[in-house]
Ligand binder design. Sequence first.
Ligand SMILES: [Zn+2]
Length: 419
Amino acid sequence: MTILIRDALLDNQVTSVLIEGGRIRSVGATVTDTPVDRVLDGSGLHLFPSFRNSHTHVAMVLFRGYGDDMPLMEWLQTRIWPAEGKLDADDVHAGARLGILEMIRSGTTFFNEMYWHRGALVRAVEEMGVRAMLGANLLDLGDPEALRRQKEEILELVPAGEGEGRARLALAPHSVYTVPPAELEWVGGLAHDHDLRIHIHLSETAGEVERCVEEHGCRPAEHLDRLGLVGPHLIAAHGQYLDEAEMELLAGKGATVVTNPLANLKLATGGIFPYAQAKRAGLRVCIGTDGAASNNNLDLIEEMKMAALLQKHREADATMLPADEVLSLATTVPAELFGQGTGRIEEGEPADLILVDLSEARTQPVHDPVSALVYAASGMQVRTTLCDGQVLMHDGIVEICDEEEVIRKAVEVARRVTV
Ligand SMILES: [Zn+2]
C-alpha cells in the first residue's frame, strides 16, 4: 500500500510525504509521479509525528467521571475497585476500544499500558490498528491464590519475549507497596532473562515513600535497585517524590520516568514532578495521561500544556520546559525508547503521523506551529491519524472501526458495572 499525503505543512513549508509499506519513503516539496494507492489531501493542514502515551490504563475510560472530586483512597475503595471487580475480558475489550478510539481522534498511536485481561487488550490493539506495550499485571491483593494465578499467566507469556507486532509484552508489577519484595525480585529476574521491559508506578505519593522507608529501610527507587529492577528496561510512572540521589541512580542505569501531570493534580497526590532535577541528572522523561478515571481524558495535547505550565510555575521560570521540548516527551523520546524509530518525519521512519487543522479561531494566527499545537490547540483539531502507514482516521472520519458501535458498547458496559 502506497499513500501520498499531498501539500501538507511541515515546519510551515508545503510538503508531500510518500508512504510505502508502513514507512516514510520520501519527504519533499515536489509531488511524486509514482502511482499511489491513495492520496490524502493535506492542504492547509500541519503535519506532526503522532503522539505516544507512555503511561495509561486504557479501559478505565469506562470510569470517566465516575466519582470525581473524591479523596484517592475513598475513590478507589468505594468506586473504582468495586466496579473493576465486575469487569470481564469482553468488558475490558469494549473499554479499550473506546479509549483507543479517543486516542486516534486526538492523534495518539501508541500507549504503554497496565491493566487486567491482557488478552482482551491485545485484541483491541490489533483491531484498532495502533501500537501498544501491554503489561502483564502483578498485584498482591492479599489473596495468595490470585497472586499465584497472575504469576502463572506471566510465565506463560514470557517465553515469547516482547514480540515484534503492534501489541508488545512488558511486565507490569503495580508498585512497591502492592507487590512484595520476593515477587519484585522475581520480575527483575524474568525481565533480565527474557529481555523484557518493566512498567511500574513509582513515588506517586509522599505516603508511599514513607512506608517504603519504614518497611524496607530505603526509598522506592533504591528498593527497586536492590531487587534488581533498575536498568534501561525500567519505565516508572509518576516519580513525583524521587529525591536527587534516586534521580541519579535511575539516570545512571538508563531508566525512564513518565510524568502524568493532570492525574496527579486531579487526585491531589501533592508535589510536582521535579523535571529540572531529572534533566540535570540526565534522566529520560516521557509523558502520559494515566487512566481517564483520574484525568478525565486521554488527550496528550492537554497533558503537554499542563506539564509545561507546571514546570514553569514550579521553577518560577517561564523558560522551563518550552513547547518543542515538551512535544519531544510525547513524540521523539518515547519513539526511540519503545523501538519506533526516531519519531521524526523523515525518510525511512515508521509512518506514524497526524495532520492537524490549525486554521480554527483558537489557533490563529500561527506564528509557530509547535507553539500553536502545544499551547492553543485541542486534540479535537487532529483531522488525520496514520499508524504504521495505515490510515486510521482521515478528514475527521474514523476508518478503522464503526465509531458509533464502539461508543455504544462501551457505554453499555460502563452503565452495567457502575450500578
Ligand atoms: Zn497509573
